[in-house]
Design a protein around this ligand. Structure first.
Ligand code: WQD
Length: 316
C-alpha cells in the first residue's frame, strides 16, 4: 500500500515508517521537523506545518498526486506539562492540524485514517485494566486534544471516512540507535540519562496504593506499537467498521521500581535510586485491557519490559 505518514520523522513515526517499508508498503512523510529528524528515514519528506492556513490545499494536492491508500496521522505536540502551560498552542496545532488533514482527505476522497491517540484520554481511571469503553475524562489539555481528535475522526464518517484511533500507553524502547527517543521526557530515557551521568534516578512517590508503592504503567515497545499501525491499516482496507478505538499496550503493568530494576539488569550498573515526592496528576495505575485489539486486529505485542528497557539502553 501507499501510505501518508504525518510526523513520520519523529520517534514513533520513524518506527512506523520503517516497519511499513519492511512490510512492503511505501511511505511519504509529512513533518514540520520541530522534533523530527530527517536522518531517521529514507522516505520522501514534505516539510509542512499541518495547522497552517495553506495546509489543506497543499495536502489535498499531495494526496491527489500520490493516490495514497491510507493516512497514519502522528504529527502532534505531546508534552503533558507544556500543554498545561500553553493550552492554546496544543488546541491550535493538534486539532487545527487534524482539521486541515481531514479537510484535505475529504477533498481528495481519501477515506482511511489511523489516528495517534493516547491513554491520556482516560485521565485517572480507578480500574485494574482500562478498556476502550471506560468513560474517562482527560485531566490535561494534551489528553483533551486527543479525545476531541477521536471525536473529529468519528464525525468524518458522515463523508465516508473509516477511522481507527490507537490509544498508546507508555511507549518506550528503540528499534535501533538512529531511531531512539532523543527527547528524554519519559521515565525510561530520563532514568537512562541519570544513570549515564552518574546520578540517581528519582522515583516520584512510593506511597501509592500499589504493591511497592510506586506508580504502575503499561510499557509498550515502540516496534510493537509500529506494527499495531500496520494491523490497523490492513483492517481499514478490509472489513473495518466506520470508526473504532483500540488500546495499544501489553496488558501487563510494571511499577517505577520494577522499571528501574530492569534498567539495573540492562545496564549492568547497580545504581542508587532516589525517592522523591509524588508528581501531581499521576494515576497510581494505568494498564491497558488489550482484549479488543487482540480479538479484532489479531494484534499481540512481542516484547516484554526487559526487552524494552534493554533496547532503550542499547540505543542510548
Ligand atoms: C511514568 C511513571 C511517573 C519520571 C506520559 C503522558 C501520557 C503519554 C505517555 C504521550 C510515572 C514516573 C517519571 C521520573 C518517575 N504521553 N516517573 N521518575 O506520565 O505515565 O505518561 O507519557 O502520549 O499521556 O502522561 O509517563 O514516563 O512521565 O512516567 O518516577 O523521573 O514514571 O511518575 O508514574 P506517564 P512518564
Amino acid at each position: 500500500m501507499k501510505l501518508l505518514v504525518t510526523g513520520g520523522a519523529g520517534y514513533i513515526g520513524s518506527h512506523v515508517v520503517r516497519a511499513a517499508e519492511a512490510a512492503g508498503h511505501s511511505c511519504v512523510v509529512v513533518d514540520n521537523l520541530s522534533t523530527g529528524l530527517v536522518a531517521r528515514i529514507s522516505s520522501p519528506i514534505v516539510e509542512l506545518e499541518l495547522a497552517s492556513a495553506d495546509a489543506p490545499e497543499l495536502l489535498a494536492k499531495l494526496m491527489k498526486q500520490h493516490r495514497f491508500d491510507s493516512v497514519i496521522h502522528l504529527a502532534a505536540r505531546k508534552q503533558v506539562g507544556e500543554s498545561v502551560q500553553k493550552p492554546e498552542e496544543y488546541f491550535l496545532e493538534n486539532l487545527g492540524g487534524l482539521a486541515n488533514l481531514l479537510l484535505a482527505m475529504r477533498e481528495a476522497q481519501l477515506m482511511s485514517l489511523v489516528f495517534s491517540s493516547s491513554a491520556a484520554t482516560y485521565g485517572m481511571p480507578d480500574v485494574d485494566k482500562v478498556s476502550e469503553d471506560y468513560p474517562g475524562v482527560p485531566i490535561n489539555p494534551y489528553g483533551q486534544t486527543k479525545l476531541i481528535g477521536e471525536m473529529m475522526v468519528r464525525n468524518a464518517a458522515v463523508w465516508g471516512l473509516k477511522g481507527v484511533n490507537l490509544r498508546y500507553f507508555n511507549v518506550a524502547g528503540a528499534g535501533s540507535a538512529d531511531l531512539a527517543d532523543t527527547a528524554a521526557l519519559n521515565l525510561i530515557p530520563i532514568a537512562i540519562n541519570a544513570v549515564k551521568s552518574g546520578k540517581a534516578p528519582v522515583v516520584f512517590g512510593t506511597d501509592y496504593p500499589t504493591p511497592d508503592g510506586s506508580c504502575i504503567r503499561d510499557y509498550v515497545h515502540v516496534e510493537d506499537l509500529a506494527l499495531a499501525h500496520l494491523a490497523a491499516v490492513d483492517y481499514l482496507a478490509e472489513d473495518a467498521q466506520e470508526f473504532s478505538t483500540f488500546n495499544v499496550g501489553t496488558g501487563i503493568g510494571a511499577s517505577v521500581i520494577e522499571v528501574l530494576d530492569a534498567l539495573k539488569i540492562a545496564s549492568g550498573i547497580d545504581f542508587e535510586v532516589a525517592i522523591g515526592e509524588r508528581r501531581p496528576g499521576d494515576p497510581p495505575r494505568l494498564v491497558a485491557d488489550v482484549s479488543r485489539i487482540e480479538k479484532t486486529l489479531g494484534f499481540r505485542t512481542k516484547h516484554d519490559l526487559a526487552a524494552i528497557v534493554q533496547s532503550a539502553w542499547d540505543a542510548s
